[in-house]
Design a protein around this ligand. Structure first.
Ligand code: SF4
Length: 400
C-alpha cells in the first residue's frame, strides 16, 4: 500500500522555521507501508528556513502581505506530478497523511491569515489537489487518534459466523458479558455467538474482542443492544471494528466480504433517543463520516495488498427477524443499499456519538430475497470466508 506523507511528519527538516515535525504514529505507519514523501513548499524551490505563510481569501500571504500564492500552487502541482509518477494515485484506495493546518498540506482547517494562531475552514493548496483526485486526505491527528495502545485497545465486535477471530487473541483477561453494565442478564448467545469478551493482543496489538452480540429482534432495547459499545468506550477503546453478516442486494453487491461506507437505519429505533443518554453532551449527533474514512481506506488498501476480494457499500439495518420481501429488496436497490442486516446500525450511532473511530466490515453471506437462506447457511458461508476475514482484520490492525 502506498501512502502520500508530508515530509516534515517523517522527520525531514523542511519547515519554514528550518525544523521538522516528526510524528511517531505517522512514522510507524510509514514503516509498514510504502511511503511517498512530499514537501510542496520545497518542491516549489522555496528555501529552508523561509518566512511563514498563511491563507486568506484564497491567497497565500506572508506576514508583510507579500502574495506567494503562485509559489505555493506551483509546489502543489509539482508534488502532484511526483505522487502521480510514484503510482500512489493509482491505488484502489489512495491515501495521504498531511501536516495539519499548513497552507500547503492542511486539510479541513488551516491558519486563517491573521498570524494569531486562529484557524478557518479550508484546505492547503496541495491537499486541495489531492482531494480533487479522489485521495482520502487525513492529518497526523487522525493517524494518532487511531493508534492503539494498552490504554486504547482496538474493540472488535463480531457477528454470526465470524466469532472464531476471538481465538487469535492472546488473552490477558476475560469478561463475561453479564458483568457488563447495561447488558441484559437473561441474554443467551444464539448459535455462532459467544458471550465472553477477551482483552489481550492480536499480533501484539492491544484488542478487546466481543465475539457475539444481541439484537433488537430478540426483544432487547437500543440501550441493551449498545451496551458493548459503551463498555468498549469505558475501557478506553478509540477504534471499534464491527463485523456483521448481511445479505447482498442483487445488482448492488455480491456475496463475499464488504467494507461499509455508510448506513441507513431502518429499525425505527435509535440509542440516542431516550431519557438516559449517559456519557453524551448532546444526543443531536451529526452522522457524516460515521464510518471513519481513514479506516475504510486502510481496509481497502490492506485487502488489495493481500489479494482479498472486497466490495464497498451502504448498509441498511432492519429490525428483522424476518428476511426481506421482494418489494423491500427492490426498494433497497433503488435506495442505493448494498448490504442488509439486523445489527450494527445502532452500535455505529452510539460509537460515533461517543467519538470513536468506526470501521464496518461485513460478510454478505446470501443474496437478499433468496428464499433458501437459513441461519445455518449464513454460518456456512461465513466459514468459507473465515480465512480472508481473519487476514483482513489482522492486516488492518497491524497498520493502526
Ligand atoms: S507542511 Fe507540507 S509544505 Fe510544509 S514543511 Fe511540511 S511537508 Fe513541507
Amino acid at each position: 500500500m502506498k501512502v502520500i506523507v508530508s515530509q516534515c511528519l517523517r522527520g525531514v527538516a523542511c519547515r519554514y522555521d528550518g525544523g521538522a515535525k516528526p510524528n511517531d504514529a505517522v512514522r510507524r505507519l510509514c514503516s509498514r507501508v510504502e511511503a511517498v514523501g512530499v514537501c510542496p513548499e520545497s518542491a516549489s524551490g522555496l528555501p529552508v528556513p523561509r518566512p511563514p505563510a498563511e491563507q486568506r481569501d484564497g491567497h497565500v500571504l506572508l506576514r508583510d502581505g507579500t502574495d506567494v500564492t503562485e509559489d505555493f500552487e506551483r509546489g502543489a502541482r509539482l508534488s502532484l506530478e511526483r505522487v502521480r509518477a510514484s503510482g500512489a494515485l493509482g491505488c484502489v484506495a489512495p491515501l495521504a497523511v498531511l501536516k495539519a493546518k499548513s497552507p500547503s498540506c492542511g486539510s479541513g482547517v488551516i491558519y486563517d491569515g491573521t498570524y494569531t494562531g486562529s484557524l478557518t475552514k479550508g484546505d492547503g493548496a496541495f491537499a486541495r489537489l489531492l482531494k480533487r483526485e479522489g485521495v482520502c486526505v487525513v492529518t497526523e491527528d487522525v493517524v494518532r487518534s487511531c493508534s492503539p495502545s494498552v490504554e486504547h485497545p482496538v474493540a472488535i465486535v463480531l457477528g454470526s459466523g465470524l466469532g472464531h477471530l476471538a481465538s487469535l487473541v492472546k488473552p490477558v483477561r476475560r469478561i463475561d458479558y453479564h458483568d457488563i453494565e447495561g447488558f441484559p442478564e437473561d441474554a443467551r448467545p444464539v448459535q455462532g455467538h459467544s458471550f465472553e469478551a477477551t482483552v489481550g493482543t492480536i499480533d501484539d496489538v492491544p484488542v478487546v474482542v466481543y465475539p457475539g452480540r444481541i439484537h433488537l429482534y430478540q426483544g432487547y432495547d437500543p440501550a441493551e443492544v449498545t451496551a458493548l459499545v459503551r463498555h468498549a468506550h469505558h475501557l478506553g477503546c478509540r477504534d471499534i471494528i464491527f463485523a456483521c453478516a448481511t445479505g447482498a442486494v442483487p445488482g448492488n453487491a455480491n456475496i463475499g466480504l464488504g467494507i461499509l461506507t455508510d448506513q441507513i437505519n431502518l429499525t425505527g429505533r435509535n440509542p440516542l433517543a431516550g431519557r438516559d443518554v449517559r456519557d453524551l453532551d448532546t444526543p443531536f449527533v451529526g452522522m457524516s463520516d460515521a464510518y471513519t474514512p481513514y479506516l475504510r481506506t486502510l481496509a481497502r488498501g490492506v485487502a488489495d495488498d493481500l489479494g482479498i476480494t472486497v466490495e464497498e457499500g451502504v448498509y441498511a439495518g432492519v429490525l428483522g427477524p424476518s428476511f426481506e420481501t421482494p418489494a423491500e429488496v427492490a426498494a433497497m436497490r433503488a435506495m442505493g443499499v448494498s448490504y442488509v442486516g439486523m445489527s450494527t446500525v445502532l452500535e455505529v450511532i452510539m460509537a460515533h456519538a461517543l467519538g470513536m473511530n468506526v470501521l464496518g466490515l461485513t460478510l454478505a453471506a446470501n443474496e437478499c430475497g433468496d428464499p433458501s437462506v437459513t441461519h445455518q447457511s449464513v454460518l456456512e458461508e461465513a466459514g468459507r470466508h473465515a480465512d480472508d476475514f481473519e487476514r483482513l482484520v489482522r492486516g488492518i490492525i497491524r497498520l493502526l
